[in-house]
Write a protein that binds this ligand. Structure first.
Ligand code: SPD
Length: 313
């Protein structure tokens, strides 16, 4: 059976007027969004930057052809990557964000009243500028006076950080091809561990259990060798990310024990941030704990890494 444009009904090919997210990171599939209008297209020193108005997900930020956020579902990612670590430790004071140039993670970190200082190191100034212009409800994170923006390479920034500086580091990176590649490698995790105080926490973007178990396996192995506290994988649903899910690696350094699965400082128990930042749309304490429940196929691989590393006695 054929459609009225002559192509078989089962094949809808790449349709003019739609954005299709095609990448070697998810071969053989491409999620598409209908484009109402392209609002911005530019080329920075690091990547192609595009913003378009979609029919169903609001405005969309795309870097090198890959969706970074949409107005409709960004809350699911930004709230989880920020509150999974910060709700797991008492009174976080100093927080570093690597990447995250759109400002959404800053918006979420600033909900925590105990936080005194928020550093952000983003490599691409164009991402910051474009977000401020087209995504004011995301880039609002920059308005917080506790925020200091550093434009530069996150790897170099971390190397220069004095040992034990931060309570939490959040790595809001794009995928590990292009400018973010080094943020998935062991030397980077070692710099993060050094920058954290004892019992400090890191939460890093850790891809999809449906598409990237091989990458996750490597991240888990590197993190188990580097972080001597706890090492956990959590995940959330983001409809416009490849496979509709994305995960986070949550680790702590040696020191006071961190039990990531049971938040001791849940941000949803305190309403004081709602006046300035608006209500949380996605995160709550129940979804925090649930995020660490893994499907059996992923649990097998992630837990196997732990068994492999227990030395024979
Ligand atoms: N596959 C895309 C992963 C993007 C993760 N970073 C998004 C940045 C939002 N602050």
């Amino acid at each position: 059976m054929e459609s009225n444009n002559g192509t078989p009904d089962s094949i809808s090919s790449v349709i003019p007027g739609w954005f299709s997210e095609i990448s070697p990171m998810w071969p053989g599939e491409a999620h598409s969004l209908k484009v109402e209008k392209i609002l911005f297209q530019g080329k920075s020193d690091y990547q192609n930057v595009m913003v378009f108005q979609s029919s169903t997900y609001g405005k969309v930020l795309v870097l090198d052809g890959v969706i970074q956020l949409t107005e409709r579902d960004e809350c699911a990612y930004q709230e989880m990557i920020a509150h999974l670590p910060l709700s797991s430790i008492p009174n976080p004071k100093k927080v570093l964000v690597i990447g995250g140039g759109d400002g959404g993670v800053l918006r979420e970190v600033s909900r925590h009243a105990s936080v005194e200082k928020i550093d952000i190191c983003e490599i691409d100034k164009m991402v910051v500028d474009v977000s401020k212009e087209y995504f004011p409800n995301v880039a609002v994170g920059y308005d917080d006076p506790r925020v200091s923006l550093h434009i530069g390479d996150g790897v170099a920034f971390l190397k220069a950080v004095p040992e034990g500086t931060y309570d939490a580091v959040i790595v809001d990176s794009s995928d590990p091809i292009g400018p973010a590649q080094e943020l998935f490698e062991k030397p980077f995790f070692e710099s993060v561990a050094k920058a954290l105080r004892p019992g400090g926490v890191v939460c890093t973007q850790a891809e999809s259990i449906w598409l990237h178990m091989h990458i996750i396996e490597d991240i888990v192995a590197n993190c188990r060798q580097t972080f001597k506290g706890s090492v956990n994988y959590a995940w959330t649903t983001v409809p416009t990310y490849p496979s509709g899910v994305i995960g986070f690696m949550l680790c702590s350094t040696e020191g006071p024990t961190v039990d990531f699965k049971h938040p001791i400082n849940p941000i949803d128990a305190d309403d004081s941030h709602v006046k300035t930042n608006g209500p949380l749309k996605f995160y709550n304490s129940e979804i925090h704990s649930a995020a660490f429940c893994l499907p059996s196929f992923a649990r097998k691989v992630i837990d196997q890494k732990r068994i492999d590393e227990v030395p024979y006695i």
